[in-house]
Design a protein around this ligand. Structure first.
Ligand code: F6P
Length: 585
């Protein structure tokens, strides 16, 4: 099935477009330059610094010239980038393999916006859920909604994995120390349970009093094996202490599958819906993130987060390529990956509050753009996607920066904050703690760009035998973003910038950035092992572990089974790591 909006203007592979060929030839020109020289060209630099929506974006340390940008814009044109962006905003079914629209932008639309899917304006539906989240979170926060024993519910455990976890965790981590958010969340706690590893259960529940705990089960499908086992585990933890009737007061759900929510035993009245046109990894602005985060910080603050994301949606939709932050980020990344051959990127926020940005973007980017065929199913003759990783500065400097300064070339994205959430300035210190952090932010980008020559080392009196070890070639690309502050609003902006830049890359590579068939394989294989495991742990042992597995897997499973023969089903009983679960009472 070939969708008109999904093909580039010529209909074939992106590599066949004239602009792609022109960019390939242009690589030779760029290879003759060094960032050291490019950074001295002030006219070039002026054209590569963008200030929009209160955000400062500096692309001067990318290995690009004005000509590179023009060629990239031409590639965008020939790839029908504008048409594809419009198709997304217009609710067309651009996720063709699942026959779905891609409308996470509707989850943060203003109440008076109109966004249509299959002829229906979805904004009223979005706001019906948001209003329900506001009403419910207000009730829980002001003590109108109490636990089954009459106690206020001050702790929330959000159970979910992948997109039903990483985005909300990123936003929660970003806001925890923001002064307004701190005031709004006094005496409340929000924890996440994602991994099916019982250690994660123990950690998530450790010290919590079930009488004061509300559990939010977050799963788009309500079938994800890990989430459902964790949900059953925590339900059992609640009911063993508070009785079966506690589920009604202590468990709520976020899902598109309200039928399964009901079957699980959660009253659909206590379920918060979303829609198949919100991809899991793009769902943080839907009830997936908004419910747990509103319970923690209050709906009003979370509305600012939505407003920040909406601001960038409008920017992305309306600004010309040369002033469009997600477009510029997407295009320069694509240049780094597809033309300069750098397959990874480092996301480096100089802000501890943004420490979960890289893990979140890892999923959004790698699940979206890690594809092997184009949108029409044609195998690609080039690799798409990037390997994303990152740590906040300066921690990362003491970890993997050696490799990015002297080893492999890894394009870096530095994110700095002008006004820190917290301030420390000690008498007698040269600079405040935040200024110290930001000194590193500025220095690292230049160090990567300039490097250090043997001549400089000699004039610094470095002994000859050390010179080769201390030479840095430089010319390593990076970009820098500065946000005025790290608030609910700017965190919303940052999230949307990253979501859209990923879409830009996918649109140009002409892949489907919104499906995730690659994840299915692992799920199928695990279910085969599960059957064997159950059989081996029961007395009848109808299926032998070696059935259907290769020698290596059979031997490894047997080794595992032998080491834990004490566990026998099915006469089991609920068992919790009691010692670790210190109840709050
Ligand atoms: O990892 C695969 C995936 O389908 C993600 O896309 C999704 O975010 C995650 O699983 C969780 O799915 P669900 O919200 O349906 O439990």
């Amino acid at each position: 099935m070939i969708h008109a909006q999904s093909t580039n203007k010529k209909g074939g592979l992106v590599t066949e477009l004239p602009a792609w060929q022109a960019l390939k030839e242009h690589v030779n020109e760029i290879e003759k330059t060094h960032l050291r020289d490019l950074l001295h060209d002030e006219a070039r630099c002026m054209g590569l610094i963008k200030e929009c929506e209160g955000i400062y974006g500096d692309f001067t340390r990318q290995r690009v010239t004005q000509k590179t940008l023009e060629l990239l814009f031409e590639l965008a044109e020939q790839s029908n980038l504008r048409g594809k962006i419009n198709a997304m905003f217009n609710g067309e079914h651009i996720n063709s393999t699942e026959d779905r629209a891609v409308l996470h932008i509707a989850t943060r639309a203003h109440r008076n916006q109109k966004i249509f899917v299959d002829g229906k304006d979805v904004v009223p539906d979005v706001w019906e859920v948001l209003d329900k989240i506001k009403a419910f979170s207000d009730k829980v926060r002001n003590g109108e909604w109490l636990g089954v024993t009459g106690k206020p519910l001050k702790n929330v455990v959000a159970i979910g994995i992948g997109g039903s976890f990483l985005g909300p965790l990123f936003v929660h981590t970003a806001l925890r120390t923001e002064p307004v958010a701190m005031r709004c969340s006094r005496d409340r706690s929000l924890r996440f349970l994602a991994n099916v590893d019982p250690i994660d259960v123990a950690r998530a529940l450790d010290g919590l009093d079930p009488e004061e705990t509300l559990v939010v089960v977050v799963s788009k499908t309500f079938t994800t094996a890990e989430t459902m086992l964790n949900a059953r585990t925590v339900r059992s933890w609640l009911t063993s202490r508070l009785g079966p009737e506690s589920v009604a007061k202590h468990m709520v759900a976020v899902s598109t599958n309200l039928k399964l929510v009901k079957e699980f035993g959660i009253d659909p009245e206590n379920a918060f819906g979303f829609w198949d046109w919100v991809g899991g990894r793009y769902s943080v602005c839907s009830a997936v993130g908004l419910l747990p985060l509103s319970l923690q910080y209050g709906f009003d603050l979370m509305q600012e987060f939505l407003a920040g994301a909406n601001n960038i949606d409008e920017h992305f939709k309306n600004q010309p390529y040369q002033d469009n932050l997600p477009v510029l980020m997407g295009l320069t990344s694509l240049w780094n990956v597809s033309f300069l051959g750098h397959g990874a990127k480092a996301i480096l926020p100089y802000c501890q509050a943004l420490s979960k940005l890289a893990p979140h973007i890892q999923q959004v980017d790698m699940e979206s753009n890690g594809k092997g065929v184009d949108i029409n199913g044609v195998r690609l003759p080039f690799e798409t996607g990037e390997i994303d990783f990152g740590e906040p500065g300066t921690n990362g400097q003491h970890s993997f920066y050696q490799l990015i300064h002297q080893g492999r070339v890894v394009p870096c994205e530095f994110i700095g904050i002008v006004r820190s959430q917290q301030s420390v300035y000690l008498k007698g210190e040269v600079v405040s703690n935040h200024d110290e952090l930001m000194c590193n932010f500025f220095a690292q980008a230049d160090a990567l760009a300039y490097g250090k020559t043997p001549e400089q080392l000699r004039s610094d009196n470095v002994p000859d035998y050390l010179i080769p070890h201390r030479v840095f070639t430089g010319n390593r690309p990076s970009m820098s973003i500065m946000l005025p502050s790290c608030t609910a609003y700017t965190v919303g902006q940052l999230l949307a910038i990253y979501e859209h830049r990923i879409a830009v890359q996918g649109f140009i590579w002409n892949i489907n950035s919104f499906d995730q068939w690659g994840v299915e394989l692992g799920k199928v294989l695990a279910s085969k092992v599960r059957t064997v495991m159950n059989s081996a742990r029961t007395r009848d042992r109808k299926i032998l572990p070696q059935d259907g597995f290769n020698y290596s897997t059979t031997r490894m499973i047997n080794k595992y089974l032998e080491g834990k023969t004490q566990v026998l089903y099915p006469e089991g009983h609920d068992s919790f790591p009691i010692d670790m679960l210190r109840s709050g009472n």
